[in-house]
Design a protein around this ligand. Structure first.
Ligand code: FAD
Length: 406
């Protein structure tokens, strides 16, 4: 079993002037999955991560669908076997999702997922990459200084290492992608980015094997609230919101408190719980960037907008796109195949699902601000169609409706 806290010092390597085949900016699930693949193929790889410890502090609900569910969700993905978590990184297991409508109607369907400890999970990925020979440097905020032959990455130009290929895995918004000339700034529309805020709560009596999603325009305008059980009476409890739906005088922290204390269904379930760690972060929910590669750079995970727009899940798509970027880099070194092969691969394997998911998010955008109408729509749809939408599949018989409204 790995001991994540013991890695930190042993990963420190000398700063600057190293030569690498690939440099990865960002040691989240996307960047580390790329590093695992590339180092496994014998390439010289370095990862820069600005946090002092991989995956900590956590900024995530840590909900991680099991591989069998991902096969159904992303049926064309060829590297689905990488979607796995070592036993020690699994805090708890959920067997179903329960969606609660604005007026408190509940829709539950089976769906198996692990709830991770992301610090342990990402430390495990880092350990695998390191054992393959990758250098992983934590506690360094790195910047990309482009050159025609790849470029330099480091805390400053003077202390930078050289990479022939650079992988932008630094989350959203990605400075690396922007410096590479990718259209990161186009991703700024108010409907495109969610702000998420979450407490880790303890001393709870919530069911430990059901993840709950709350559609509640009062306390999670433009998004949803969640209770994701983490075992031993703990849960990640949070909300995601989007700016156009938020009235000016509302503060996001007050909205989360409102959700915890006033949502008619959630409040009684959370009563008596203690709020501990508070985290917040933004998330791209408008689908992939229009262009995810340049001559020498590929953007993966959140840096490339690879989050499923209808459910906000991004761990798995980060891992898959990180892996696909790794494969494209290997092709580049084998026979100079252009990095466009990365974009071709993700479009082929997960592109349709991402497109459909965005379409369905755009349709639900039309109803989200109106609690009564949204509630009615959910009741008309029923559990099966709701589960399809959350899982990014266009429900049968609703294709024309979705296309017309998207
Ligand atoms: C509150 C919240 C809850 C969420 N819940 C879920 C969930 O339950 N399930 C799910 O699947 N998804 C969830 N997501 C989304 C998920 O967390 C992301 O989609 C996923 O982490 C993307 O992985 P990534 O590797 O692309 O980016 P990240 O995990 O963001 O990793 C990027 C890394 O790059 C580092 N970095 C950034 N800039 C630099 C730099 N200049 N130099 C060095 N390092 C840098 C960061 O420190 C970070 O570690 C949630 C997101 C939020 C905000």
């Amino acid at each position: 079993m790995c001991n994540p806290d013991s890695f930190r010092n042993s990963w420190l390597v000398e700063l600057g002037s190293g030569k690498y085949d690939v440099i990865v900016v960002g040691g989240g699930p996307g960047g580390l999955s790329a590093a695992v693949y590339l180092s496994g193929k014998g390439l010289k790889v370095k990862v820069f991560e600005k946090k002092k410890l991989l995956g900590k502090p956590v900024r995530c609900g840590e909900y991680f669908p099991v591989k069998d569910e991902m096969v159904k969700l992303l049926p064309r993905a060829k590297c689905i076997d990488i979607i796995d978590a070592p036993e020690e990184s699994i805090d708890s297991r959920c067997k179903s999702i329960r969606l609660v409508s604005p007026r408190g109607h509940e829709f539950e369907f089976p769906f198996a997922a692990y709830i991770l400890d992301r610090h342990v999970f990402e430390s495990h990925l880092g350990e695998v990459a390191k054992s393959n020979g990758a250098d992983i440097e934590v506690g360094v905020q790195a910047h990309y200084f482009p050159e025609d032959d790849g470029g330099w990455v480091g805390p400053s130009r003077e202390e930078a290492d050289h990479g022939e290929i650079i992988i932008a895995a630094d989350g959203y918004p990605s400075e690396t992608a922007e410096r590479a000339g990718l259209p990161e700034r186009e991703y700024g529309g108010p409907y495109s980015v969610a702000t998420n805020i979450e407490y880790l709560m303890t001393d709870l009596g919530v069911e430990q094997d059901v993840a709950e999603l709350y559609m509640d325009p009062r306390y999670s305008p433009g998004g949803y609230g969640w209770i994701i059980p983490k075992g031993h009476g703990r849960a990640n409890v949070g909300i995601g919101i989007r700016e156009p739906y938020v009235r000016r005088d509302w503060q996001i922290r007050d909205l989360l408190t409102g959700f915890i204390e006033k949502n008619k269904v959630a409040a009684p379930r959370l009563k008596g719980g203690q709020k501990t760690l508070l985290i917040a972060d933004s998330l791209p929910v408008d689908g992939p960037l229009k262009r995810t590669y340049s001559d020498r750079v590929m953007a993966v995970g959140d840096a490339a907008g690879m989050v499923m727009p209808t459910n906000g899940g991004g761990i798995q798509t980060a891992m898959i796109t990180g892996h696909l970027a790794g494969e494209a880099a290997v092709r580049f070194f084998e026979d100079k195949t252009p990095l466009s092969s990365y974009e071709d691969a993700w479009k082929d394997q997960i592109g349709l699902v991402m497109d459909n998911s965005k379409k369905m998010r755009q349709v639900s955008d039309r109803f989200m601000g109106h609690g009564f109408v949204f509630d009615l729509m959910l009741r008309v749809m029923g559990t099966k169609k709701i589960s399809d939408v959350i899982m990014c599949q266009i429900p049968s018989g609703m294709g024309h409706f979705m296309n017309a409204l998207a």
